[in-house]
Each structure stands twice: as C-alpha cells, then as structure tokens.
Design a protein around this ligand. Structure first.
Ligand SMILES: NC(=O)c1ccc[n+]([C@@H]2O[C@H](COP(=O)([O-])OP(=O)(O)OC[C@H]3O[C@@H](n4cnc5c(N)ncnc54)[C@H](O)[C@@H]3O)[C@@H](O)[C@H]2O)c1
Length: 348
C-alpha cells in the first residue's frame, strides 16, 4: 500500500532578516500556521529565541548575508518575506553606501534570485517613510519623497522589484507604518516603545518634533498582515504596493506622547524638543482594507501597557542592543579594536 503525505497548505517560507524585531514575531505565527521557515539573517542581534526547542525542526537558521548568500537555499522555497535591512534612518546614515548595498541592491538580489529559483511569491518590507514630508494625506498613488539613505534605498528596492511581478512570480510591497509593541528582539528606538521606556524610567516623555504626523502599527497587526498577504489571491496583490496600518493610528507626535502616557495612567510630564527628523505625512490605508480586508486589532494603548508591564516585571530591560544604531556602532568598534590587537587570527 502506498501512503501519500499530504502537506496541505504547508509552505516553505524563507524570511530574510527573520531574527529581527519584526521577523521574530512573524516567524512564530508562520510556524503556528503549520509552515516551515528558513530564516536567513546575519544575526546581528542574536538568534537565541528562534533556536529554542519549540522551533526545532520547524525553523532552519541560516547565518548569511543577503548580498552574497548561496542561491541554493532558495530551492523548493514557496514564498520569500524580505525583511533584512539596516532598519532605520540613523543606521542608514552610518554608512549610506552600505545602506544602498544592503537595503537596495541586496534586496533586489533576493527578489531576482527568488524568481530564478521558482519561488512563487515575494513580499518586500518597505516603509511608509518613503513619503517623507508631505502636507496632505498620501496613498499608494501619491508621489514619494524619500528624505534619507534608508528611505531612498527602500524606494529603489520597490522600483527594481515590482516589475519582476508576473503570473508565476507574485511581487508585493508592504509599506509599513512605524511599528510598536513587544518582540523577543526588542527595539527601544521606535517612537511608542521609547516613549513607554522614558515614562517608566523618568516619568517624563521628550517629544521631538511635536507637530510631525506619522502612522503607527502594532507588531501583532504587522504579523497578521503578513499572514493575509501569504494567503491572498494573487490577482489582488500581484505587482501592488500597500500601505500597512490604519487611518485611526495616524498620530501627531505630541498626541502620541499623551496617548502613551495616559494609557499607563500615572503622573507624567511632556517636554518638547526640536528634531532634524522632518518625516511628516498622513497615510491612507483604504487600499489594504478594501483589497484584502486588513484592519488593525491593537492600539497604541495596548502596546504601551504591554511594554510598561514587561518593564515593571523585570522581564524586559533596555540595553545598547535595543537601540539599533548604538548596537551597530558597538559592533563596528569592537571589530576595529579586535583587528588592532589580534595577530595570527587570535587575540591571546
Ligand atoms: N520596525 C519598524 O517600525 C519598521 C517600519 C517600516 C519598515 N520596517 C522594515 O521591516 C524590516 C524589519 O525591520 P525590523 O524592525 O525587524 O529591523 P531589525 O533591525 O530588528 O531587523 C533586521 C534584521 O536584518 C538582519 N540583517 C541586517 N543586514 C543584513 C544582511 N546584509 N544580510 C542578512 N541579514 C541582515 C539583522 O541581523 C536583523 O536581524 C526592515 O526591512 C525595515 O526597514 C520596519
């Protein structure tokens, strides 16, 4: 008798940058849905969480770089979620050439190799920061205005990758709002997270650029959006760009700080400072809602409370690693020192 193993909808999904802030929340959801995951990452922030027992046999960790990984790892992969990047403006400015190499050319390489390898679906993690500074509301048809190396590289990756879309290779761009909430690779350099931390440590939130307006999104909603895109009919998403977030979560920074503080319900102070960060726009999320039915379930209030409670419990601490640009500076500095003192490839 012949037994056929029916895998059903079990897919092989490669997630680049999967051990980062977003990826390490998305991957467990993919595993929960029964998918097998290959996580391609430099592991700049470690991979302890994804190497735990619960993921054995379900998540394969591949330490490599999107600029030079062996294309063989794409063989028999169904879907690629391309998240690897230097992930914000300050990191992007550390070395703009490397930012273009990784965030633009690296991700263009991932898309091209995916298509050659017969991958069926490719989703690029871009950012709503490509809108830069705009006076009115913006949707996916609005002109973009990327202001920094980080957002310019995002836009260049979009422009290179979208035309690869065809009947056999579905390409979609997700332009994420600024994300907040808990992750095993925690980031305190994101607005809501850093406000909750400041409030916890000092009872005061420093608002930089109080009138700047931007959209925000809970990390659990970001993960849910990925699941929707993985399962969406290709006619609805192929060759398309989607803003990911909700109209209600467009916040002026001043209002955002009050929302975070009032969620916690403790006495607080707000201090206003200037900023060189001029990103300001109101994004529309009509397309993602109408096309694939995505709406958010979590709020800034939920995220702030979760973070504050985790800090109070002692389960969450801030460290250099949680401020992305500081961590990359730290890695560069220890690398330089190690090179200066090592001989014959060894320190001692
Ligand atoms: N977090 C947000 O608010 C937000 C908003 C919009 C868009 N995004 C995009 O989502 C993606 C994930 O962001 P995140 O917040 O998880 O950032 P993150 O910095 O936590 O994660 C990025 C991951 O990519 C890896 N990486 C970096 N360079 C690499 C390379 N050359 N090769 C392989 N791996 C590499 C890092 O080790 C890290 O694990 C990024 O593309 C980011 O631009 C994030």
């Amino acid at each position: 008798m012949i037994f056929l193993i029916v895998l059903g909808d079990r897919l092989k999904i490669l997630v680049s940058g999967g051990a980062g802030y977003v990826g390490s929340v998305v991957i467990p959801e993919l595993v929960k849905d029964g998918h097998y995951v290959k996580c391609l990452d430099r592991f700049f922030f470690g991979n302890e969480y994804l190497s735990s027992e619960q993921f054995q046999g379900k998540v394969e960790l591949i330490r490599d770089d999107i600029r030079w990984f062996d294309p063989k790892i794409l063989e028999s992969v169904d879907i690629v979620l391309d998240l690897a990047a230097l992930s914000n403006d300050p990191v992007g400015e550390l070395d703009p050439n490397k930012t273009f190499d990784i965030n633009h050319l690296g991700r263009a390489r991932v898309a091209r190799l995916s298509k050659n390898a017969g991958v069926k679906r490719y989703i690029l993690a871009s950012s709503a920061s490509v809108y830069g500074q705009q006076s009115g509301a913006v949707d996916e048809k609005s002109p973009v205005n990327p202001l920094t190396a980080y957002s310019k590289a995002n836009r260049m990756a979009e422009v290179d990758n979208i035309p690869l879309n065809d009947d056999n290779f579905v390409v979609t761009v997700m332009r994420f709002s600024s994300i907040y909430g808990l992750s095993p690779r925690m980031r305190f350099d994101l607005a809501v997270n850093s406000m909750a931390l400041e409030l916890y440590k000092t009872g005061k939130i420093v608002v930089r650029g109080k009138s700047n307006t931007r959209p925000f999104l809970h990390i659990k909603d970001a993960a849910r959006a990925y699941l929707l895109f993985i399962n969406a009919p290709k006619e609805k998403i192929g060759g398309e760009i989607f803003n990911i977030g909700s109209d209600e979560q467009n916040y002026q920074m001043d209002r955002l700080s009050r929302e975070v503080a009032e969620s916690i319900g403790k006495k607080y102070e707000i201090e206003v400072k200037d900023t060189k960060d001029h990103r300001s726009y109101i994004a529309s999320f009509k397309k993602v809602k109408e096309r694939i039915g995505f709406t958010t379930k979590h709020t800034v209030k939920d995220g702030s409370i979760e973070i504050f409670k985790a800090l109070e419990s002692g389960n969450l601490v801030d460290s250099t690693k949680t401020i992305t640009v500081e961590w990359y500076k730290h890695l560069q500095s220890i690398y330089k020192t190690a090179n200066e003192v090592s001989l014959r490839d060894t320190i001692l």
